[in-house]
Design a protein around this ligand. Structure first.
Ligand code: B16
Ligand code: MG
Length: 214
């Protein structure tokens, strides 16, 4: 029986995925790396440094560790600039209502994000009180598609993986959820997220009556 709903942040609760894309695109342009929304799909859900590695691979660039750290930091500074302009109203429509309704049904709610900026984003959106547990990129060693972030969320809720369903917009995140032994609702296109148990185009479209039959 599903007892907890675990939410990814970027692309599921708020469109920070777009701000990640804008910041990576800016860096890619500086480096002369061809980069569009298509290539960006590979970066979703993946840690900052791994995302940079993918970008460098696309541009066939090999750089030393110090330069890579500087570039990752630069991208993050831009991302933080975009995010700091965000208003609480930028939360995806219907998400607060969905989480509140799930809580009323007795579901535990957790956040499980690869982002080290997740606590700041949650604070900006003023939604800390919606979560029983929060896991972010500072608390894990391995990022999605590794299941670590979701397993940690389940253990913080004192629940078994099989009791949890994950809401994810990234292919790497869907893989991580399934590897954790959890159910997964994909947010986005069926083509990209075909491995999920159910795919919906927007988080607010989740049919709550499907919770028990995922
Ligand atoms: P940061 P999520 C992920 O967040 C993003 O999808 C991914 O694009 C980003 O690279 C990663 O966080 C790390 O973010 O640079 O802020 O630590 O989708 O798992 O909520
Ligand atoms: Mg995401």
């Amino acid at each position: 029986m599903i007892k907890a709903c675990i939410f990814d942040l970027d692309g599921v609760i708020v469109d920070t995925a777009h701000y990640h894309f804008l910041a990576w695109k800016r860096l890619a342009d500086e480096l002369g790396v061809p980069f569009t929304e298509v290539e960006n799909e590979r970066l979703k859900g993946v840690s900052r440094m791994q995302s940079l590695e993918i970008l460098l691979e696309l541009g066939k660039l090999q750089l030393d560790k110090k330069i890579k750290e500087m570039l990752a930091e630069k991208k993050n500074t831009w991302f933080v600039e975009y995010v700091n302009r965000m208003k609480p109203e930028e939360i995806f429509p219907g998400v607060k209502e969905l989480i509140t309704a799930l809580r009323k049904k007795g579901q535990k709610i957790a956040l499980a994000s690869s982002s080290k900026n997740a606590p700041a984003v949650i604070h900006l959106l003023q939604i800390e009180n919606l979560f029983d547990a929060m896991v972010d990129g500072t608390m894990t060693v391995n990022s999605k598609p590794d299941p670590e972030v979701f397993l940690l969320a389940a253990s913080m809720l004192n629940l078994k993986p099989a009791d949890c369903v994950v809401f994810e917009d990234a292919e790497a995140g869907v893989e991580a959820a399934l590897r954790a032994g959890m159910k997964c609702v994909g947010i986005g296109s069926v083509q990209q997220l075909s491995k999920a148990n159910l795919v919906i185009s927007k988080t607010r479209d989740f049919p709550m009556d499907k919770l028990s039959s995922l």
